[in-house]
Design a protein around this ligand. Structure first.
Ligand code: SF4
Length: 115
C-alpha cells in the first residue's frame, strides 16, 4: 500500500490529508468534508493547478493572465512557455480570453489591463 500526505488547499482551514492507495482503491483520511476528499484523490490521480503569469502586448506592455480552470500540473511549464511566447493585441482588457483551450476546456484570460 502507498501513502501520500497533503495539506488541503480547498479552503483556509488547511486540513492534513492522507491518501492510502491500495491497488486502484483510494482511501482519504483527515478530511472534514467531501471537497477535501475530492481534492486528495485528484492530487494522486491527476494533479491540477491554475497558472498565473504575465504576457506581453504587441506594444511591449505587460498584462497579467491566468487560466480560468486548473490545468495538468505535469504540463504547467509547457503551457507557461506557450503563454509567454505569444503577444497580445494592445487593445486587450481585463476578462478577455487571450488563448482558447490551452488545455481542453481551459482558457487563458486577462486579469489586468495592459500596464
Ligand atoms: S477538507 Fe474540507 S474543511 Fe478541510 S481544508 Fe479541505 S475543504 Fe477545508
Amino acid at each position: 500500500m502507498e501513502s501520500y500526505k497533503f495539506i488541503c488547499i480547498e479552503c483556509p482551514i488547511g486540513c492534513n490529508l492522507t491518501v492510502e492507495k491500495n491497488g486502484e482503491e483510494l482511501t482519504v483520511l483527515g478530511n472534514t468534508c467531501k471537497r477535501g476528499e475530492m481534492y486528495a484523490k485528484l492530487e494522486v490521480i491527476s494533479p491540477k493547478r491554475v497558472i498565473t503569469t504575465i504576457m506581453r502586448t504587441e506594444d511591449g506592455k505587460i498584462i497579467a493572465v491566468k487560466t480560468d480552470k486548473p490545468v495538468s500540473k505535469t504540463k504547467m511549464f509547457e503551457y507557461v512557455e506557450q503563454i509567454k511566447s505569444k503577444r497580445v493585441k494592445s487593445g486587450a482588457k481585463i476578462g478577455d480570453v487571450l488563448i482558447e483551450n490551452i488545455e481542453e476546456g481551459a482558457n487563458v484570460i486577462a486579469t489586468s489591463n495592459p500596464y
